[in-house]
Ligand binder design. Structure first.
Ligand code: 5GP
Ligand code: MN
Length: 333
């Protein structure tokens, strides 16, 4: 085996450019999740430690239960970046720049760091590793390469990224490396029980009611192997909940042994249908998302289609039933 060529290694190139440049803007995908928030803030704290200027700009605010994590007040909400205000824009978690929901990125020096399969390699520098369980794993490597120590703030955000993007250690992309990074985060001061309670046990009463309504309304297909959930604004109003309360609900049906995949339809105000999917083991929902112009991971993927829901629903369900049949063939014992 030959030694890796350090010069052509994207991690080293990114490290070198970060050390050379001074002003950074960090962004991630619209409707940010725990991995986008954790990856961005871990990176921001690391850049602070290097004495860099850092801004974080996202198209949408983070869900409420992330607000108490360190540094959240630094996140600016905007839909465009002003030209030349940064020496580099670090785009995390985005297979294409459009996922950010930010206009003006095409003029910028982009550093693309992502773990989604099918990344379009749109940056001046591209580091794409679809074997990473979370983008936070990649950020951990980068922070180490930059020689920045793992502070409690950085460790908290790396752990947050991994905890959420593995579906609280349920998905099939977890490796020994995932736990090795988490171990180092715990040694640096993270308390797993506090993290789990903050992320998963911070529901509002409205959300509890919404869970009841959603599950009451749940339909089963494919002899109970596929759960179909459906949400609209009426349900939110009836239960006293908001869109903010919908995160994580999609995972609930997977707790039933028989259910192999879940599809969650959200009808938006402009009549579009936002489709989220989750699955167990080798049931590949990313391939279904790809067919509809979306993306994601094997066990968690999504896309948006034009409605009405009744017109698109059957085709999506049919493809999911196919994905379940294929995935069950390779089910581990
Ligand atoms: P969620 O269902 O939580 O919105 O998304 C699950 C996963 O699929 C995430 O990794 C997310 O980035 C990805 N994903 C969701 N919607 C889309 C989409 O429209 N396009 C792409 N490329 N990825 C998506
Ligand atoms: Mn991710």
């Amino acid at each position: 085996m030959t030694a890796p060529n350090r010069k052509s290694d994207p991690l080293q190139q990114i490290r070198d450019q970060i050390l050379e440049r001074r002003r950074f803007l960090i962004t991630s995908h619209a409707r940010p999740d725990g991995d986008s928030i954790g990856s961005q803030l871990a990176m921001a704290f690391a850049l602070d430690a290097l004495g860099k200027e850092v801004r974080i700009v996202n198209a949408d605010p983070a869900p409420d239960h992330y607000q108490e994590f360190p540094g959240m007040e630094r996140i600016e909400i905007a839909t465009r970046v002003e030209p030349m205000t940064a020496d580099a824009v670090i785009v995390m978690e985005c297979s294409e720049p459009g996922r950010t929901g930010l206009a003006g990125l095409e003029r910028e020096y982009l550093i693309n760091i992502d773990h989604h399969a099918g990344n379009q390699l749109y940056g001046a520098l591209n580091w794409h590793d679809d074997s990473a369980a979370a983008c936070g794993e990649m950020v951990f490597d980068l922070i180490q390469a930059l020689g920045v120590p793992l502070t409690p703030e950085i460790a908290t955000h790396i752990y947050l990224a991994i905890l959420t993007d593995t579906g609280s250690f349920h998905h099939s992309n977890i490796t020994p490396r995932t736990f090795d990074i988490c171990r180092q985060c715990v040694e640096a001061g993270v308390t797993p029980a506090v993290m789990a309670r903050r992320v998963f046990d911070s529901n509002s009463f409205g959300k509890l009611k919404l869970i009841g309504a959603l599950l009451d309304d749940m339909e089963l297909a494919d002899e109970g192997r596929l759960a179909v959930l459906h949400l609209d604004d009426q349900m939110l109003a009836a239960t006293g909940s908001t869109h903010n309360d919908t995160e994580g609900l999609i995972n609930l049906p997977l707790t039933a042994r028989e259910i192999q995949a879940v599809v969650f339809f959200k009808v938006t105000q402009n009549g579009q249908v936002r489709v989220s999917m989750r699955s167990k083991y080798d049931v590949d929902v990313r391939r279904v998302a790809n067919e509809f112009g979306g993306g994601g991971h094997k066990n968690a993927a999504g896309f948006t289609v034009n409605g009405p829901l009744m017109d698109v629903r059957a085709g999506i369900v049919r493809r999911l039933v196919g994905a379940i049949a294929e995935g069950l063939e390779t089910r581990p014992a």
